[in-house]
Ligand binder design. Structure first.
Ligand SMILES: Cc1ncc(COP(=O)(O)O)c(C=O)c1O
Length: 485
């Protein structure tokens, strides 16, 4: 009773103090007027800065045609172009099996999921999709999110904030979603040089053994096409007791005998021999030594090679349950629509059983890289399916993209700062199984003409030999390509 009275008098004193304070404040304009007057001006000033430093993003109206892949029309449906920069790497967005599955789910279950996973948005499509993803990565569990941006942000921020005194080691070229997740976790972040094992090890060694450590990295880096030494990073992680978080966003569907990504590809023959059985997931075994089993958490997207939308993690049952139970990015948002999940499920099953698309994609990539290099065009070398063409100037990269679009009916978006460092602006070309030799030749001719018109640099003009050396071995070896045909 006494303490209640004390508390009341404290509240009264506080009110009195607050009133006095308010009376002594200089008269100011009402807050709402201030926001309305200044918001547009503030935005305009910020946008002008982006225009000045050439990092302003332009959006092209590209309507990709399911019936005429890889073509699209611009705002005028009569103006058709060939798309050379989509992440629908395998054309799965128009695969008939996927469309049929989506159509059926749409007709039977309607447009939307109707709620968050916990409140009416948990359904057979989510359950089946998560089982199929767990199988794909040979993990006990998987969890689907509305995108992989959300999956990375939610998982890293939850783990990093909940693991006491956690340190996260992040590759310097990591995607914004991981950077944001780490930032949101407020855990200590240590950046290691891109794909640099010596730097990573020295940084791991600098942190005491009792602290939980996470190494966050990607398998295929989308803007350079470089590929991480996943195996060696797992070895370092094991040596220093670190957890591995691997983003396979640009690798799922594209690598490995069943399309599970680079970690699967590294044990290609082993998975090829065991995978049909592994579809019924093998029991967890301490003796399993394949790279995919050594990665603790794999994240992936359903929006690139699988052609739909959504993201996921695959991990142990406990990690999955922990993230499902604690990550706001999973809990407080509407589930993906049933048709989207049904489509993703069909796409993954299709790619597990049919490697033909990813083989053809690799064949087209190799052929195009060879032609571009033969013409002296500056392909940044890498072992993956991505073809970055170096321009080195933001304005010129935009002009090159515009010329391709308006003079040659070819769409290749330019990649400028902050997606890539200033001075390394580029065109990012992504061949698909639909980019036939005829389309490749048209692209080559168009690029030749743009390079001449803008006076862009060729390999012979550039001194960074390391960036353009062409003796890099592709991830898909000749034997693997021919053994899967
Ligand atoms: C490496 C990487 N991780 C995550 C994402 C996010 O994936 P999503 O498009 O499913 O949000 C992207 C998207 O481009 C990415 O490049």
């Amino acid at each position: 009773m006494e303490s209640l009275r004390g508390a009341r008098s404290n509240v009264q004193q506080f009110r009195h103090l607050k009133l006095n304070l308010i009376n002594t404040l200089p008269p100011s304009r009402p807050i709402s007027r201030f926001q309305r007057d200044h918001l547009d001006q503030f935005c305009q000033d910020e946008l002008e800065k982006k225009h000045r430093d050439k990092s302003y993003r332009y959006f092209n109206n590209i309507n990709r045609l399911a019936g005429d892949f890889p073509r699209a029309h611009l705002s005028d449906s009569r103006h058709q172009v060939t798309v050379w920069c989509s992440n629908d790497y395998l054309g799965m967005s128009r695969n008939p099996h996927v469309l049929r599955a989506m159509d059926e789910a749409l007709t039977t279950y309607g447009a939307g999921a109707g709620g968050t996973r916990n409140i009416s948005g948990h359904n057979r499509h989510a359950i089946l999709l998560e089982q199929c993803l767990a199988d794909l990565h040979n993990k006990p569990g998987a969890l689907v999110f509305s995108s992989c941006y959300v999956a990375n942000d939610a998982t890293l921020s939850t783990l990093g904030s909940r693991l006491p005194d956690c340190v996260i080691f992040s590759d310097s070229m990591n995607h914004a979603s991981m950077i944001q997740g780490i930032r949101h976790s407020r855990a200590e972040k240590i950046i290691f040089k891109h794909n640099d094992l010596v730097d990573l090890e020295s940084k791991l060694a600098s942190v005491g053994p009792p602290r939980p450590k996470i190494i966050a990295f990607e398998s295929v880096y989308s803007m350079s096409g470089s590929v991480a030494p996943v195996d060696a990073i797992c070895t370092l992680a094991e040596k220093y007791g670190a957890i591995t978080f691997l983003d396979e966003v640009h690798a799922v569907g594209m690598y490995g005998p069943s399309g599970a990504g680079i970690a699967e590809h590294l044990d290609f023959d082993w998975h090829r021999r065991t995978r049909p059985k592994a579809l019924a997931r093998p029991p967890e075994s301490p003796h399993v030594v394949d790279v995919m089993s050594r990665v603790d958490i794999i994240s992936g997207t359903l929006g690139k090679a699988f052609g739909g939308a959504g993201g996921y993690i695959a991990a142990s049952a406990k990690v999955v349950d922990f993230i499902r139970s604690l990550a706001p990015g999973f809990i407080f948002t509407t589930s993906l629509p049933p048709s989207v999940m049904a489509g993703a499920h069909a796409a993954i099953e299709y790619q597990k059983a049919n490697p033909g698309d990813r083989l053809l994609q690799q064949v087209h990539t190799r052929a195009l890289k060879m032609e571009l290099v033969a013409h002296g065009l500056p392909v940044i070398s890498n072992p993956s399916h991505i073809i970055p063409l170096f321009v080195g100037d933001a304005e010129k990269a935009k002009q090159a993209s515009d010329l391709l679009l308006w003079d040659h009916n070819i769409y290749v978006q330019c990649i400028n700062y902050p997606t890539v460092p200033r001075g390394t602006e580029r065109l990012r070309i992504t061949p698909t199984p639909g980019h036939t030799e005829e389309l490749q030749m048209k692209l080559l001719k168009a690029l030749e003409s743009v390079w001449i018109k803008l006076g862009l640099q060729r390999i012979s003009d550039l001194s960074e030999e390391e960036l353009f050396r062409q003796d890099v071995q592709p991830v898909w070896t000749d034997e693997q390509l021919s053994s899967c045909r």
